[in-house]
Design a protein around this ligand. Structure first.
Ligand code: COI
Length: 354
């Protein structure tokens, strides 16, 4: 399919960009001028359209609203040193979208629709990609069951949308996290590895309780024994213990984070010993008691690298030391930023320059 020619484009009459204060970007507040929309019905994906960002009109019986067939991705585009724009790791994001959609029994938008739609959207809204340090254009591709029918069934109609918006830092300060032993996020055989809407909705209540008790996020443990660390809120989690970078191994209850994957590769290339394995709360407590744990942080597209300065385990607050620029976390964060903005060579082929 000659896709670039096929995308129907309807541009805004007047951009909303002057309404944005780029020095005070807040995650989730702004959307750029356009969005990509592509519908699936009659057994096929229809012609994608780039249209002004606008509300949707949906039937109250829309299947996704009742039975949760809704899956999303979170990606970022960066303003590079030379002024060009780079969308980071498009292939890996598409692969994960496919896995999530398959788990939720949903139709998969063709790769060329995803890739070209993404490129054309970001090209059209290129002025929205911020150049400020730490800022980026957050890109939210998502698919939901758009069929209007309230019988419980796999939908026959879907809508694929990509919208974007300029964002700054997700977490403004280091995080206080609480190890969660009562509630769970995901169980073996469940949907934990899929980026489906329900995983986030189900996390709100325990997170809200943790917030009421002075924590920013929960650190999920496994559903079977509530003993092994899984991930935290909106991100994967990593620890530096005895000089090694340790992170829970991927499983069907852990999201295969793109930032997680990138940091692991960068750490290994620096000669840091990386262990992807189970890590128990007992091991964490012992590492604190023996002063072996020097760093703890979250890794995610939105959060990038989010320092953790306190971990609450069974009523005890364990504090992490202050992180200097020489901490592994800060060095990896800087290297990632340098790759994405073209300040160092992209030897991994992660950048998709447009
Ligand atoms: C992301 O990091 O892109 C996420 O999707 C996490 C959150 C904003 C929902």
């Amino acid at each position: 399919m000659q896709l670039t020619q096929d995308i129907i484009v309807r541009k805004v009459r007047k951009s909303r960009i002057s309404e944005v204060d780029f020095s005070k970007l807040e995650f989730g507040k702004y959307t750029s001028d356009h969005m990509l929309v592509c519908d699936y019905y009659d057994g096929e994906w229809q012609t994608p359209q780039l249209v002004p960002f606008a509300n949707l009109s949906l039937s109250p019986t829309t299947l996704a609203l009742h039975y949760g067939q809704s899956v999303f991705e979170g990606m970022k585009a960066f303003r590079m040193k030379d002024g060009a724009i780079n969308i980071f790791r498009t292939e890996k994001h598409y692969e994960r979208l496919v896995k999530s959609l398959e788990r939720m029994c949903m139709q998969v938008p063709p790769k060329e629709v995803f890739m070209e739609g993404l490129m054309e959207l970001v090209k059209l809204d290129n002025a929205w990609v911020p150049g400020e340090a730490g800022a980026s254009l957050y890109i939210r591709p998502f698919v939901f069951a758009s069929e209007a029918k309230y019988g419980v069934k796999v939908a026959d109609e879907y809508r694929f949308i990509i919208f974007s918006g300029p964002v700054g830092t997700y977490y403004a300060k280091p995080l206080r996290v609480k190890v969660e032993r009562e509630f769970i996020r995901a169980a073996k055989g469940g949907t934990g590895y899929a980026k489906c809407a329900g995983n986030y909705g189900g996390a709100f209540y325990p997170t809200q309780l943790a917030r009421e008790n002075g924590f920013d996020q929960v650190l999920w443990t496994d559903a079977r024994e509530n003993k092994y660390i899984e991930e935290s809120g909106t991100m994967n989690v990593m620890f530096v213990i005895d000089g090694k970078l340790i992170t829970p191994a991927l499983s069907d209850s852990i999201l295969d984070g793109v930032t997680r994957d990138s940091l692991i590769q960068l750490a290994k290339e620096r000669g840091v010993e990386v262990e992807e394995r189970r890590i128990s709360t007992d091991e964490l407590e012992s590492a604190f008691r023996n002063n072996l744990i020097t760093e703890a942080f979250g890794a995610g597209t939105a959060a990038v690298v989010a320092p953790i300065n306190l971990i609450h385990i069974d009523g005890v607050d364990y504090k992490l030391p202050f992180y200097t620029v020489n901490s592994l976390m800060n060095q990896l964060k800087q290297q990632l930023e340098d790759i994405r903005t073209g300040r160092v060579a992209d030897v991994h082929g992660w950048n998709c320059k447009i």
